[in-house]
Design a protein around this ligand. Structure first.
Ligand code: HEC
Length: 112
C-alpha cells in the first residue's frame, strides 16, 4: 500500500515537471508573434526609402524631400507614404498600415 502511495507521489511529481514546460513554450510563441506584428520602421526605411532620401534623409535623389528639415506632422507623412506625392512612389501596395505608420514615425527621428 505504501509503495502505491509513493508511486503516485512520484507520478504526480513527474507530471507536474512535465507540464511546467508548456507555459514556457506558449510565451515563446507569444514573443514571436509580437516580433512580427511590430513593424520595424528603421528596417523598412533602409529597405524602401534610402534610394531616394538617403540613409540620413537628406540625400534628395530624384528631388526627394529633405526629411531632416521636414516639418510635416506624422499623419501627413503617412498620407504621403501611402499615396505617394510628385516623384515619390505610393507604398500602399508594398507596405501594410502598421509598417507605414512605423516608417513615418522613424522619419521623425531623422529630423535634426
Ligand atoms: C522614388 C524616390 C522616393 C522613394 C523611394 C521615397 N521617397 Fe519620399 N519623397 C520623394 C520625393 C520626390 C518627395 C517630394 C514629393 C513632392 O515633391 O511633392 C518625397 C517626399 C516625402 C515626404 C514628405 C516630406 C514633406 O515634408 O513634405 C515624406 C515624409 C517621405 N517622402 C517619406 C518617405 C518614406 C518614409 C519612404 C520609404 C517608405 C520614401 N519617402 C520613399 C521621393 C521618394
Amino acid at each position: 500500500m505504501k509503495q502505491t502511495l509513493a508511486f503516485l507521489l512520484i507520478a504526480t511529481f513527474v507530471y507536474a515537471c512535465g507540464s511546467s514546460d508548456t507555459p514556457e513554450e506558449t510565451s515563446g510563441a507569444q514573443q514571436a508573434t509580437t516580433a512580427t506584428s511590430q513593424a520595424d520602421g528603421k528596417k523598412i526605411y533602409k529597405q524602401y526609402c534610402v534610394t531616394c532620401h538617403g540613409l540620413y534623409g537628406d540625400m534628395g535623389a530624384s528631388g526627394a524631400f529633405n526629411l531632416t528639415t521636414s516639418e510635416l506632422p506624422v499623419a501627413d507623412r503617412i498620407v504621403v507614404i501611402t499615396k505617394g506625392r510628385g516623384a515619390m512612389t505610393p507604398f500602399e501596395n508594398l507596405l501594410d498600415a502598421d509598417e507605414i505608420a512605423a516608417v513615418a514615425e522613424y522619419t521623425l527621428e531623422l529630423k535634426k
